[in-house]
Design a protein around this ligand. Structure first.
Ligand SMILES: [Cu+2]
Length: 479
């Protein structure tokens, strides 16, 4: 039996063939010549272009030919089939995608002044009212699990230490911002936003415009923050959207040179929208990196996965099997040999580590969540987990040791990891220095899942993890 996604993909392939007959959109020749300003929603919605946006979305949703760029489904399918999540070019690919979509909005609405707006959730963490008005004639409305994303936000990507850009380097902006707020905003809003069909929700475009803006702001902030140079091989080749729609990677290096747009506000956020916390609830304050003494959540009743090679280049020094997550926070605790922990410490110092049972030299450490599955209740999102690596003491507390935030886990991340086929696996790099000089006092390591809810999150089982493990990898990661 074909899965939904296989059917979507086949339909897409069929439609792509039809699309070849349509006039080809010029490739690599971005014809935008007037510098355009992308405005925050609150400014945008009082301009004449607000009406043009509604008109464009209405017309695109009414067009049921998914092979037609004037249809809404055409743009959702591009994301479903091509989007790179958790890999290189996450931002750059989406930058080109948004530009092509924005151009289509202009074509469909007939308004050459229509420019994509963004949603600055650091200023207004509640979805703009225009998106939540459930009137059947409102093209901006789709059902969602939550409408406040306060809990998804963090200032971590804007820390002075995050100076590298691309995935694969330590202290890199790309995986940091993707890890939060990008992913948890998808998770917390939920429903279609928690899936690879997320562009079907109009708020997707404003969310991604904001993510793109945060990238612009990060570059503009200076302070040693560095992009790969324009001459770097990172910018060779092109982004693919459909068989006929591509864009030179080098065109997406910045927004003004080729793409001809900028943002109303190009500063990094410096504060969280605290004033918009829901009343009457004590919410956990998010902390990131190495800054927090976290009470370790109770250990779940999970069987140890044992130490073993997990591939040609990776070796698991311990893990827990069949880890089930629900509305509670939980830890997966498992034994780690002192000599294996010593190898971790070597790697944290920048030296290769070796382990018994393998001839390889290991150069990085990661937490791997393997064979991830969503339950029926978990499928719609509306929640997420912060994934921590702890080295707990015998009584289960952090015992003066810092907890290390590795990233986030939710329906969106799992859907992203599985949608190109194969078992869903997520890995989180343990940055060098994060667990340096930390003892493994009782021979136990712990991977903790701190549940984060919105105002209206589901109860019950959400996510199953075949194995949560601590892995050494031969992959070199520059600092
Ligand atoms: Cu996204």
């Amino acid at each position: 039996m074909m899965t939904n996604q296989e059917m979507m993909r086949r339909r897409f392939l069929r439609d792509s063939v039809i699309a070849l007959a349509a006039p080809a959109i010029p490739m690599g020749a971005w014809a935008q010549t007037v510098l355009q300003k992308r405005q925050e929603w609150q400014s945008f919605k009082v301009t004449p272009q607000y009406g043009s946006l509604l008109t464009a979305i209405r017309r695109m949703k009414a067009n049921t030919n998914a092979a037609d760029p004037n249809s809404w489904a055409y743009w959702t399918n591009i994301h479903l089939n091509r989007c790179p999540h958790g890999v290189a070019y996450f931002y750059a690919w989406h930058r080109g995608y948004l530009c092509y979509f924005e151009r289509q909005l202009r074509i469909v609405s007939g308004d050459s002044k229509l420019v994509l707006p963004y949603w600055d959730y650091y200023s207004n963490a509640t979805l703009p009212a225009e998106f939540t008005n459930a009137s059947s004639t409102n093209p901006l409305y789709v059902p969602r699990v939550n409408t406040n994303v306060r809990q998804a936000l963090t200032l971590a990507p804007f820390a002075a230490t995050v100076t590298n850009f691309q995935r694969g380097l330590y202290n890199a902006f790309e995986p940091s911002l993707e890890g939060a707020p990008h992913n948890p905003v998808h998770d917390i809003i939920g429903n279609v936003m928690a899936t690879m069909n997320s562009p079907n929700d109009p708020i997707f475009w404003l969310h991604h415009a904001n993510v793109d803006r945060l990238w612009v702001a990060w570059v503009a902030a200076g302070g040693g923050r560095k992009m790969p140079a324009t001459t770097n091989s990172y910018w060779l080749g092109s982004h693919t959207y459909t068989s006929t729609l591509t864009m030179q990677r080098s065109s997406t290096y910045d927004t003004r040179t080729n793409l001809q747009y900028y943002y109303q506000n190009e500063f990094m956020p410096t504060t969280m929208p605290v004033a918009q916390l829901p009343r009457g609830e004590v919410h956990q304050v998010q902390a990131h990196g190495n800054e927090r003494l976290l009470p370790i959540p109770p250990a779940g009743p999970f069987k140890p996965g044992g130490r073993k090679p997990t591939g040609d280049t990776t070796f698991s020094i311990g893990g827990a099997l069949a880890v089930g997550l629900d509305q509670r926070s939980v830890s997966a605790q498992f034994p780690v040999l002192p000599e294996d922990w010593a190898a971790v410490q070597e790697i944290m110092r920048g030296n290769p580590g070796t382990v018994r049972g393998s001839a390889r030299k290991y150069r990085s450490v990661q937490v791997v969540l393997d064979n991830l599955e969503l339950t029926d209740e978990g499928m719609n999102g509306g929640y997420f987990y912060q994934v921590y690596l702890n080295t707990p003491s015998a009584d289960g507390t952090a015992n003066g040791q810092t907890s290390v935030l590795l990233g986030t886990l939710g329906a969106f991340q799992i859907n992203g990891a599985s949608h190109h086929g194969g078992p869903a696996r997520l890995s989180y790099t343990v940055a060098r220095g994060l667990v340096r000089n930390q003892d493994l006092r009782v021979g136990i390591a712990s991977i903790s899942f701190i549940r984060v809810d919105g105002d209206n999150s589901p109860r019950g089982a959400t996510i199953g993890i075949g194995e949560a493990r601590l892995e050494l990898s031969t992959e070199e990661k520059d600092s």
